[in-house]
Design a protein around this ligand. Structure first.
Ligand code: XMP
Length: 506
């Protein structure tokens, strides 16, 4: 048996959270599409299976389902929410459509103290979000817990090692939720807690060495932590046979390029200055999606041009991280914005593509970066979108406006860093608006641009809450921006979470 847990993806927004929690429990896990066959599951020899939640109802004609034979493989399995309903449905229990959805916190009472509820209080708060519910458990199952509205809040057939919960143990609102997941992993599935992100470095190094052989590899650096860590691993693997390319699109943060150059003193790093070309292509463009597409296109052009000079390279290394992989594998995901990253290069670049970080989450990437000795300025850098400052400038993106925003943004970042909040905040940045407002400074009237400060906390960027920054910190940031950036005469704070807002403004 290997020590991997498979998470079957039924399209829930919380899927990544399940994977995160399993990793936090120091167990390696992989999210796979729900239509994986029982044979493929068997070949992977997972230590346990988790069936995720999902937005569908088992009664819908095109509801996602699974190969029922997976439930007979004898592998410890935990169904969560939709996963539980599907388990009940496939094993001939009774699932009923709900008259109304149950959403939010509720009190759950445990009626059977199985290993799933070790160290869990008899009555605890759980987080529900479901329409259908299980009325009668399938033959062989017991009811383990109930809530005032849900008769079967948890069920199990310990003989077949099948377990299921109607609520979401992975969300923080479920008191003891992490405990329940740990119980499932350690006590029911008997998976040891020994996965650590840094443990994956040697195999990633070897993978790159095998793929590159005696040849050369290329990596596109963006200044972000992901591509920097991928570069560090690749450098460890093949040393001077790695060439890096950094496309300066004129839309990067202050000091970004210099920091990358300092972080990799011995790397063959080629900086392609393409700011003029990007700005020319963006002239007069105001529509956010159009801007994103133009930037994506120009990146590809710059990359194709740059690679001509590099010669015979067969392998391209990309810093794709696990959330990108999960997202792109999910057919149910809707495009809110067309995400572009430097990794978003065309498929037909004529390289073999290696993504050494494709199994890791962002904080795990940071741990790997630290283990590899990358400087803190790189490792703790907050996520930055591929299109750069362009998605933080409403209206037309010009070199002048990018310069204004860059200065304001540098102040925000510096103050956040000095306040010690940089690591706990997912992203803090400035946004430049294309309206003008009246102000007064000295004895004169001003008519300048407002800047928005945005600071959010998030686990994975999928949902986010605005950060309650201390007032004196906001005041300091505001005063400095107005004092130091003459074009700006007003600073406002964004108090929108995601949803309904997105993190970036465009
Ligand atoms: P939104 O604005 O969609 O952002 O709430 C979620 C997270 O993704 C980042 N982001 C991007 N990253 N290319 C990227 O590599 C993009 O085009 C892009 N757009 C947004 C954003 O900074 C946040 O962390």
């Amino acid at each position: 048996m290997n020590e991997t847990v498979l998470i079957l993806d039924f399209g829930a927004q919380y899927n990544q959270l399940i994977a995160r929690r399993v990793r936090e429990a120091q167990v390696f896990c992989e999210v796979v599409p729900c239509d994986i066959s029982a044979e493929d599951v068997r070949q992977k020899h997972p230590a346990a299976i988790i069936l995720s939640g999902g937005p569908a109802s088992v009664f819908e004609a095109d509801a996602p389902t699974m190969d029922p034979a997976i439930l007979s493989l004898g592998i410890p399995t935990l169904g969560i929410c939709y996963g539980m309903q599907l388990m009940a449905y496939l094993l001939h229990g009774t699932v009923t459509p709900a008259e109304h959805r149950e959403y939010g916190r509720t009190a759950m009472t445990v009626v059977q103290k199985t290993p799933l509820f070790f160290h869990v209080p008899e009555v605890s708060t759980v987080w529900m979000s479901h329409g259908d519910h299980v009325l009668d458990v399938p033959a062989g199952f017991h009811i383990l817990a109930f809530t005032p509205t849900t008769h079967v809040a948890a069920m199990a057939d310990p003989d077949r090692n099948l377990w299921a919960v109607q609520y979401h143990p992975e969300v923080h609102h479920t008191q003891s939720g992490f405990r329940m997941l740990q119980n499932f992993l350690y006590d029911i599935a008997r998976v040891p807690a020994n996965w650590k992100p840094a443990a994956f470095i040697p195999s990633a190094v070897k993978h790159i060495q095998d793929a590159v052989g005696g040849g050369k590899a290329l990596i596109a650096l963006s200044g972000g932590v992901d591509s920097a860590v991928a570069a560090a691993i690749a450098q460890e693997a093949i040393g001077s046979r790695l060439t890096a390319m950094l496309i300066d699109n004129g839309l990067m943060r202050e000091g970004e390029i210099e920091e990358v150059l300092t972080a990799f003193p011995s790397l063959d790093l080629r900086v392609l200055r393409r700011g003029d070309i990007f700005f020319r292509a963006l002239e007069g463009v105001r529509d956010p999606e159009a801007k994103r597409k133009i930037i994506g296109r120009e990146f590809i052009r710059a990359f194709e041009e740059g690679k001509e000079d590099i010669g015979s390279v067969k392998v391209l290394i990309q810093g794709t991280v696990y959330p990108d992989v999960i997202e792109s594998g999910n057919q149910n995901a809707r495009t809110i914005k067309s995400h572009h990253n430097v990794g978003g290069l065309p498929k037909d670049v004529g390289f073999e593509i290696i993504e050494p970080l494709r199994w890791l989450f962002k904080d795990e990437v940071r741990q790997v970066g630290q283990a590899l000795g990358l400087p803190e300025t790189i490792v703790w850098r907050q996520p930055f979108p591929g299109p750069g400052l362009a998605v933080r400038i409403t209206g037309e993106v010009t070199p002048e406006r990018a310069a204004i925003l860059r200065r304001a943004d540098a102040i925000v970042r510096q103050e956040i860093r000095e306040s010690g909040l940089e690591r706990s905040i997912w992203q803090a940045f400035a946004v430049l608006l294309d309206v003008q407002t009246v102000g007064v400074m000295g004895d004169g009237r001003t008519y300048g641009f407002p800047v928005v400060i945005r600071a959010v906390e998030s686990i994975d960027g999928m949902t986010a809450d605005w950060v309650r920054l201390p007032y004196d910190l906001l005041e300091k940031i505001g005063n400095r921006i107005i004092g130091e950036v003459p074009e700006i005469n007003r600073v406002v704070y964004d108090v929108t979470s995601k949803p309904p807002g997105t993190i970036e403004w465009e």
